[in-house]
Design a protein around this ligand. Sequence first.
Ligand code: UD1
Length: 311
Amino acid sequence: MNILVVGGAGFIGSHLVDLLIQNECDVTVVDNLATGNLKNLPEHPRLKFIYKDILECDLKDFPDSFDGVVHLVANASISASWEKPLSAHNANLSSTIKIIEFCKKLRIPRLVYASSAAVYGESKETPINERFEVNPLSPYGLQKLSGEKYGALFAKEFGFSFVALRFFNVFGERQSPDSDYSGVISIFSNAMKSNLPITIYGDGRQTRDFIYVRDVARAIYKSLVVTLKVGSTSIINVGSGNQTSLLKLIDLLKRQFPDWQQEKIFKDPRIGDVLHSQADIAKASQELDFISKWPIDIAFETMLKTHDVGK
Ligand code: UD1
């Protein structure tokens, strides 16, 4: 297979590239390196890298067509989407429309799109099923939801199949701990590694569905190869199906950093923070034959061995 990965030098994209290369695919990565890093990518004869913003790309950049495109371009910071909605819109939604146009012009038969659990907003119950009402609470969530709707509309019109994967809380190697809005696992591991205190927003009893990035790469791969009808749309949760509280998470991380002796600082919950999140994973299992293979504690051992987290 010949696959285009837009945003392929980032956290999730680079793990997908590793998996695609292991599966003997030819891979073209387009990335503007705004949050991605070339160091995340392997050097490989089957990998081509285009250092460009997808919004600046034209047909000349893609002399060959592709069997599928994976769209991972995002500015995933909820706060940034409030502060700079237009630039978030460009990163999150204009990029989607541009990629849809490439699907038409290059006759690419499959588009896999990184959506987010943020489309649900606060859910009345867990586990969260794809049929639940969507009610995004941030521009980011709204942009992701709009991308799903654009994808579905144009898939029918242009005749490609569209898979929107609603990622829950993804963690793993190469996730940057550098901002306050980085994933909580990368922030906590980074602090514990340097024996620094950690801050808990709320009482620590909020829960999340944490899913390891290598599992997410598998879900994307399965979305590329699964048989689908021309013009169809599938919207699928990608989570582990488990709920883990922050307090439990800290216990699990402490096993990896037994020398960590610092205090936990409790602060008010963040505005708009959802209390509980857990994916209903039945659809992923039925439609993609996907189920998470990495229990969180085993994933921690693996990722911390690579020294790539908590740098
Ligand atoms: C995550 C995604 C977001 C997505 C949303 C969908 C990440 C980084 N963000 O947001 O893109 O839209 O799921 O539901 O994966 N926390 C602390 N201390 C910290 C950092 C965080 O207590 O230092 C808390 C947060 O307040 C939150 C929980 O940990 O309650 C998880 O936070 P975070 O990892 O930022 O993810 P979400 O907010 O769930």
